[in-house]
Design a binder for this molecule. Structure first.
Ligand SMILES: NC(=O)c1ccc[n+]([C@@H]2O[C@H](COP(=O)([O-])OP(=O)(O)OC[C@H]3O[C@@H](n4cnc5c(N)ncnc54)[C@H](OP(=O)(O)O)[C@@H]3O)[C@@H](O)[C@H]2O)c1
Length: 349
């Protein structure tokens, strides 16, 4: 495949790393050329190192690939990173400093002022922050991040509404899938038949990331969107798909049909550029009174479409509705892949 760009995956054996391998298997622009993980996996064939949890098989070529140490020497120049934040904070800057384009999933660099936090349908213009990164100026490398898996579905659903009618206040309560905690993640005895009303740092991430994502780029800085935002996060016994109950207040008076049209008509740069991972419809409004549901709806648009439903008046704010987004696809590997496609389309790769 001589014309494809070689890419590497840092954290290739984890839940998100596996989703990267699955999504890149038939990708028209990128080809997996390098896999890295911890010293537990280093030196082993991928099939032996990874506890593969997806329904599709490990591609043969990948199964035989030997897992490399997480060092930039010998790594390709495009790196998808799926590491825990503490390790990412140490390793991602090393790869960027070595001249790599680091397309990261972790929270380590998301809120750094010169690092773009991007959803291509929402704030693709923030990618210009790359030009102010010191790695970029010294060796050409840079880092770009995608949001937390519960922030992304929420922000995609809010984006067309905020643009047209301006948000004043947002309250979101999440019901998050266990795959969001990685593997082995939450112990089965903790989650079976249970709801855990705490996910460390998740509420803070949702609140600050939503404001950065919907903020405006001004003079090389992102001015956060000024709406009030409150999140409450819960872990539930669902395999994949984060569901959120959302209430909002808007500056402008609108009717329900205005909001539904804003969701259903939403099209953005990835759709206009026909980026390979862009869903045909970023948002689908579901009219059935009991949808969306994670078991049936989280794979819409190959896991890249955000499902919205149950729009109705809210007696405290103004409107309330339900959002569903696939946490390891739209919320992780698919988000990073779409970021990389946007970077390529804009000439950064
Ligand atoms: N799961 C989701 O829905 C989701 C969504 C959005 C963002 N994220 C973020 O994506 C990142 C990865 O999450 P995950 O769910 O895939 O976690 P995971 O299943 O626990 O996988 C972690 C990966 O990091 C590797 N790793 C651990 N220590 C390392 C080290 N010292 N050096 C190099 N590699 C090391 C592991 O390798 P070994 O197998 O060798 O230990 C594994 O490949 C996290 O920052 C997470 O917050 C996850």
């Amino acid at each position: 495949m001589p014309n494809k760009l070689p890419v590497g995956i840092l954290g290739a054996t984890g839940v998100v790393g596996q989703r990267f391998i699955q999504a890149l298997e038939h990708h028209p622009w990128f080809e997996v050329a390098w896999l890295a993980a911890s010293d537990r996996s280093e030196g082993k064939p991928y099939a032996e190192a990874a506890r593969w949890k997806l329904k599709t098989a490990i591609p043969d070529r990948i199964a035989r690939m030997v897992v490399s140490p997480p060092k930039p020497d010998g790594a390709p120049k495009i790196i998808f990173a799926a590491l825990d934040a503490a390790i990412a904070r140490e390793l991602e800057p090393q790869f960027a400093a070595a001249g790599c384009a680091v397309v990261s999933n972790s929270s380590a660099l998301r809120m750094q002022s010169d690092v773009p936090l991007v959803i291509p349908e929402v704030n693709g213009d923030h990618i210009k922050l790359i030009d102010s990164q010191s790695w970029r100026r010294s060796g050409g490398g840079f880092a770009v991040t995608n949001p937390n898996c519960s922030a992304i579905g929420l922000v995609i659903a809010l984006a067309p509404i905020h643009r047209a009618f301006q948000l004043e206040a947002v309250m979101a309560v999440t019901m998050q899938a266990v795959s969001g905690a990685g593997y082995p993640g939450v112990a089965s005895l903790d989650i079976l038949g249970n709801v855990i009303p705490f996910i460390k740092n998740e509420e803070e991430k949702m609140e600050e990331e939503a404001q950065k994502l919907l903020g405006t780029l001004n003079g090389g800085k992102v001015i956060p969107a000024p709406f009030a935002m409150s999140a409450q996060c819960n872990r539930v016994a669902v395999e994949d798909g984060h569901t959120e109950s959302v209430s909002i207040r808007l500056k402008k008076k609108v009717k329900a049909e205005d909001l539904i049209a804003a969701w259903n008509d939403f099209q953005a740069e990835p759709q206009r550029l026909h980026l390979p991972s862009a869903p045909e419809r970023p948002i689908v409004y579901m009219t059935a009174p009991d949808r969306p549901q994670p078991r049936f709806d989280c794979d819409l648009g190959g896991g890249m479409t955000t499902a919205v439903g149950r729009l109705r008046p809210c007696n405290v704010l103004e409107w309330k509705f339900t959002v569903l987004s696939h946490n390891t696809i739209r919320g992780a590997a698919g988000a990073a892949l779409l970021n990389a496609e946007l970077l390529k389309a804009k000439g950064y790769l």
